[in-house]
Design a protein around this ligand. Structure first.
Ligand SMILES: Nc1ncnc2c1ncn2[C@@H]1O[C@H](COP(=O)(O)OP(=O)(O)OP(=O)(O)O)[C@@H](O)[C@H]1O
Ligand SMILES: [Mg+2]
Length: 216
């Protein structure tokens, strides 16, 4: 089983948004057997993937569809005995937790300068782990290209770290996705949005990085 954890020690940067889309893209579009895990006390990934239907408490498990199970396991990585292709983990901002998670890939959303500076503090611990690191600029406005260039310079010397080549735009459709508890491709005017196009490309690149092309 391959695994990816979405992490930043800053809150509100898009961890849950990316994790939800990655899990749904893997399970629904690529038909990979996927387990989504809410390591975050808030349980947002469960609430979102269940369409707001599930009351989230310790040990809650939700079966979204045959290929997608969602588990609420705040603050510790569950000992999975499930035969799945992929585990998608939505981490809390706790560095202690993220440092303890066994994973193949850490995806770090950053939303601009503050998150970038904040990330510098967490990098040494993240680099100690065996996982690959992928930094993704999220909610980029017109300054996104400048931030991307600065980020690439800052990260160039860090081994194992890649900066994703497109900033994810500040997208009304992605915003609606959170409000509807649905993926962006499933909300009104979502399918044709730029946010949807980039989100799908991001999810597919993450799966490819893990060696999971899936079936289209
Ligand atoms: N690209 C985007 N375009 C528009 N809105 C976005 C985008 N990415 C995230 N958001 C919105 O930003 C808010 C924070 O996103 P999200 O909940 O994914 O962050 P988080 O890192 O999981 O936060 P927390 O630290 O609280 O768990 C949400 O309302 C979400 O809908
Ligand atoms: Mg979250």
């Amino acid at each position: 089983m391959k695994s990816v954890v979405f992490y930043n020690n800053k809150g509100g940067v898009g961890k849950t948004t990316f994790a939800v889309h990655c899990a749904l893209r893997a399970a629904v579009h690529h038909r990979l057997r996927t387990v989504a895990i809410g390591l975050d006390r808030q349980g947002d990934i469960l609430r979102w993937i269940s369409g707001g239907e599930v009351w989230v408490g310790d040990g809650t498990v939700h079966q979204h569809s045959p290929n997608l199970t969602v588990i609420y396991s705040p603050n510790q990585q569950p000992n999975l005995r499930l035969s799945a292709d992929l585990a998608v983990m939505d981490s809390s901002p706790s560095l202690a937790l993220a440092g303890s998670v066994r994973t193949d890939l850490v995806v770090v959303p950053v939303d601009g300068r503050l998150a970038l500076d904040d990330l510098q503090n967490a990098l040494p611990d993240l680099i100690e782990s065996q996982a690959k690191l992928l930094v993704v600029i999220n909610r980029a406005d017109a300054g996104g290209t400048r931030t991307l260039a600065a980020l690439k310079r800052a990260c160039a010397k860090v081994p194992k770290l890649t900066v994703w080549s497109h900033p994810v735009p500040d997208s009304p459709a992605i915003k609606r996705a959170a409000e509807y508890y649905r993926p962006v491709w499933d909300v009104p005017y979502g399918e044709t949005s730029e946010g949807n196009k980039i989100m799908k490309a991001l999810c597919d690149d993450i799966l490819r990085t893990l060696g999971l092309g899936g079936h289209r």
